[in-house]
Design a protein around this ligand. Structure first.
Ligand SMILES: Nc1nc2c(ncn2[C@@H]2O[C@H](COP(=O)(O)OP(=O)(O)OP(=O)(O)O)[C@@H](O)[C@H]2O)c(=O)[nH]1
Ligand SMILES: [Mg+2]
Length: 453
């Protein structure tokens, strides 16, 4: 892998924009950029001072391309740790293409997707998980996703794992000292202390592993089906949550007949809401198919809201809704029409429903909070605790936790055995940080990137 040839790419999206940015990185970045750039009152080829913004004209072989701002970032104080130049042009695809062509003609090569970040990783400026944070941040489609990705990028998860690694290195030094010098009077930590340290480290990993249950929704979004009997206000709730008249609402029971899917951002979480046909106990043929689809949606969605009409007594169809609801791992019972006299008798003490009135827009904030809690541990909702959003990380953490539990059990059986298990865990940590990687893992990660990042 050649690492310091000079690459160039447009870093901003294709299309019209106020500005478009081109990045150049590599051994020749400064020479190439300086040769094409002429600052006000200067001449082409004048050296650029590092970390200083210049205004001037970028010229190709066929004449001036654009008025630009240029900044040179001398190695190692740059994103890739190589010499880098960033050129801000006007954001026209044609201007940007001409500018990149000028750079390519002067000796740069077109960058591959993610190549800048790959260089940042290979130069050791960021670890592999931070590179994954960069791609997640670029692709974040909701505030929650952006927050989690930022945490990953700035090293929140790496620091947690580094703390675990240090504990393991300490444990290993004691385990190995007693193996290497069995007859000497080295005072190594007692079995109990080693076991406790290993178990405690495994517990820290458990917390991270568990955060993936909700964390995956931050990255990928959450699907949420609303079920209930006809006229409960399901379509009204969908519209209220989306703040848009998406589904038809009417006082006629059986208004919604097919699934209605709509995407929105609720409390910083990307959510696909699914409105369904009311569970009518004596449906006609079309309604029956609608109900079949509603039940299927409740089965396959990540989470389910069961909506009940508080102004009506409990009915058999409500029992069906409640039963279906309880089968979903993530569920919420919601009683609507709190603005009317309440005639519902809630039958299940184990589930406490949220009361709302869509008509008067009451109770929606607590409902939104409960939806947000599907993606975060309730107590972590606003904390800075790292959240695991990537399956790769979860899988590695599971293997480490397993290695550590095994090691803890082996301390008394034989310190050689325990040491081998701790070594296994340290190998897994290297996979997380990318200290050891395969080309396969690397390309799976960097292929997700766009050109220019
Ligand atoms: N008083 C009151 N009426 C409501 C409330 N929410 C919805 N409604 C009314 O209830 C009726 C049914 O609302 P929809 O949203 O169409 O109910 P749905 O559950 O989608 O009904 P189907 O599609 O037939 O299954 C409409 O007349 C709404 O205006 C509420 O909070 N209070
Ligand atoms: Mg409806």
């Amino acid at each position: 892998m050649i690492l310091d040839d000079t690459i160039a790419a447009i870093a901003t999206p294709v299309g019209e924009g106020g500005l478009g940015v081109i990045r150049v990185s590599g051994f020749d970045a400064h020479r190439i950029a300086a040769q094409l750039f002429c600052r006000k009152g200067g001449k082409p080829g004048d050296p650029l001072e590092s970390h200083r913004l210049y205004f001037g004209t970028l010229c190709g072989s066929a004449g001036p391309v654009d008025e630009v701002c240029v900044v040179y970032m001398q190695s190692p104080r740059s994103y890739t740790r190589q010499d880098m130049v960033e050129i801000s042009c006007h954001g026209s695809p044609a201007v940007l293409r001409r500018a990149v062509n000028a750079l390519l003609n002067a000796g740069a090569r077109m960058a591959e997707p993610g190549e800048f970040t790959k260089r940042a990783f290979l130069s050791g400026r960021i670890d592999l998980s931070q590179a994954e944070g960069v791609i997640d941040l670029i692709k974040a489609r909701s505030e929650g996703a952006a927050r989690a990705a930022f945490g990953l990028m700035e090293g929140g998860l790496s620091r947690r794992i580094e703390a675990v690694r240090q504990k393991l290195v300490w444990t290993l030094s004691h385990l190995e000292a007693s193996i290497d010098f069995p007859d000497e009077e080295f005072v190594t930590a007692a079995d109990g202390e080693l076991r406790r340290t290993l178990t405690e480290a495994a517990r820290r990993l458990d917390v991270l592993i568990k955060s993936y249950d909700g964390g995956k929704f931050l990255k990928h979004g959450l699907s949420l089906a609303i079920i209930g009997k006809p006229n409960a206000g399901k379509s009204s709730l969908l519209n209220a949550l989306l703040e848009e008249e998406r589904a038809i609402v009417s006082g006629i029971p059986g208004t919604t007949r097919d699934l209605i899917r709509a995407e929105g951002e609720l409390s910083g979480l990307k959510v696909e809401l699914i409105d369904t046909a009311g569970l009518n106990p004596s449906p006609d043929e079309v309604e029956a198919e609608g109900i079949r689809r509603a039940l299927k949606a409740a089965e396959t969605a990540d989470a389910v809201i069961g909506l009940f009409d508080g102004s009506r007594p409990w009915e058999k169809s409500d029992t069906t809704v409640l039963e279906t609801l309880k089968k979903a791992r993530l569920h919420l019972a919601v009683i609507n029409k709190a603005d009317m006299p309440q005639r519902i008798a809630w039958p299940d003490a184990a589930i406490s429903p949220v009361h709302i009135s869509v008509k008067e827009m009451r109770g929606l904030d607590p409902l939104l909070k409960k939806i947000a809690a599907f993606a975060h541990d309730a107590e972590n909702l606003n904390s800075e605790e790292p959240v695991v959003t990537r399956l790769r990380h979860r899988e590695i953490f599971c293997r480490i936790a397993e290695d550590l539990r095994r090691a803890a059990a082996e301390v008394e059986l034989g310190r050689e055995l325990a040491a081998a298990s701790v070594w296994d865990a340290l190998e897994e940590i290297k996979r997380f940080t990318g200290e050891s990687y395969t080309e396969e893992v690397l390309s799976a990660i960097f292929d997700e990137f766009c050109v220019g990042k």
